[in-house]
Design a protein around this ligand. Structure first.
Ligand SMILES: C[S@@+](CC[C@H](N)C(=O)[O-])C[C@H]1O[C@@H](n2cnc3c(N)ncnc32)[C@H](O)[C@@H]1O
Length: 361
């Protein structure tokens, strides 16, 4: 595989490259233009190279290439990438430069994000029957935020979530099953955008209270790879910068226990988000907790009676590879509540149901 020179090595992309190279058995040598570089210890070996602006740089670079048998250069800083690519173009340096110049990489990723946001906006307009006033930059902002960290809801479901806000009444937004907060971020950003009402996120963030008996045992065992505090802390990290003061909160408990507090007091406090008052009429209910049939049914039986006129239910994993709990509960709602349902569709594997009178344009 030969050897790769990583220069300069003080940025996160250098460490990511070195780690991936280590895993595939590719030798690397890191370099930077600092007399003392605190990032040096993170690499297998490190050497000093002058700055690309230094007149000695081409000579020193070629000496390093010869001495260490370098086959390619990875330059994760734009100025270094630019300088070395010119030396290669001028025939001064003979080994290839790999990877994209960071400025170009950012421009490409931005173009991809906007293209994806435009595609999603088209489906948002279709689902909302033209009523969504969101623009492409707003959709891009939500996608970038929500898809930028670990989570489970996909872009198709997020787009449908964005669409239904165009039609949602005022009221509480309740989410059962938060994990790291990907869908919670979307609900909070849209609640703010459309001034719908306060958001309440409920999750026990504890394995003992959330075992899915009906899922394959492999799926149950998989969660053990991380400690339960990891998704909870990720949720705080992601929501703290965007949560509205006094209009966002969470309950670290099961849906049933959370329902007891919300319905009795209508007030929730936490050290991170302070105190939030809830009106106890639900505008949007996202059920994405324990997917066992009995648990989904319990969530629906507890929370759906609080749904306000025109409110939306999002029942996640209506189409699900690992079990039929959400599907059976969803089908029962579609059948028994048919007379109260104004719209229903499936998107991104989730069932979206609006209760109450049909929208009259
Ligand atoms: C599929 S994940 C949620 C994914 C999240 N909504 C997203 O979009 O990324 C399911 C979550 O439900 C939680 N959960 C399990 N049982 C629950 C219960 N009884 N009440 C509330 N949440 C529960 C689990 O702790 C887990 O974090």
């Amino acid at each position: 595989m030969g050897k790769t020179l990583i220069f300069p090595c003080g940025v996160p992309a250098a460490r990511t490259y070195a780690e991936a190279a280590r895993q595939r058995g590719e030798a690397t040598i890191a370099a930077s233009s600092l007399a003392y570089d605190e990032s040096a210890a993170r690499f297998d070996s490190w050497i000093f190279l002058p700055s690309v602006y230094d007149k000695d740089f081409p000579g020193r670079l070629n000496a390093v290439i010869a001495e260490h048998g370098i086959d390619r250069i990875f330059a994760p800083v734009s100025a270094a990438h630019w300088g070395i690519s010119k030396l290669i173009a001028d025939g001064v340096v003979a080994v290839p430069l790999i990877g994209e110049m960071p400025l170009r990489q950012h421009a490409r990723e931005h173009a991809e994000l906007i293209e994806q946001a435009e595609e999603r906006l088209a489906s948002i307009r279709t689902i909302s029957e033209g009523r969504s006033g969101l623009g492409v930059i707003e959709v891009a902002a939500v996608l970038r935020k929500a898809m930028g960290f670990f989570g489970e809801s996909d872009e198709a479901k997020i787009a449908a979530m964005l669409a239904i806000f165009a039609d949602a009444p005022r009221g509480d937004i309740v989410e059962i099953g938060v994990l790291t907060g990907r869908s919670t971020c979307v609900l909070e950003m849209m609640a703010h955008r459309y001034r719908i009402g306060p958001v309440l996120a409920i999750d026990p963030w504890a394995y003992a209270e959330s075992v899915q008996q009906e899922s394959p045992s492999e799926l149950q065992a998989m969660v053990d790879v991380w400690e339960a505090r990891v998704p909870f802390e990720t949720f705080l990290v992601e929501l703290l910068p965007i949560a509205r003061e006094g209009a966002f909160n969470y309950l670290p408990m099961t849906s049933r226990a959370g329902h007891g507090i919300w319905s009795a007091k209508g007030e929730v406090s936490s050290p991170e988000f302070g105190t939030t008052r809830y009106g106890r009429d639900i505008a949007i209910l996202h059920i994405d907790g324990n997917h066992d049939h009995a648990a989904v049914k319990d969530d629906v039986d507890l929370w759906l009676p609080h749904m306000g006129s025109g409110g939306w239910l999002i029942l996640d994993d209506y189409f699900w590879l690992h079990g039929t709990g959400p599907r059976r509960v969803g089908d029962a709602i579609l059948e028994t509540r048919a007379a109260d349902i104004s719209r229903a569709f499936v998107c991104g594997r989730a069932l979206f149901v609006q209760f109450g009178p049909k929208h009259v344009p």
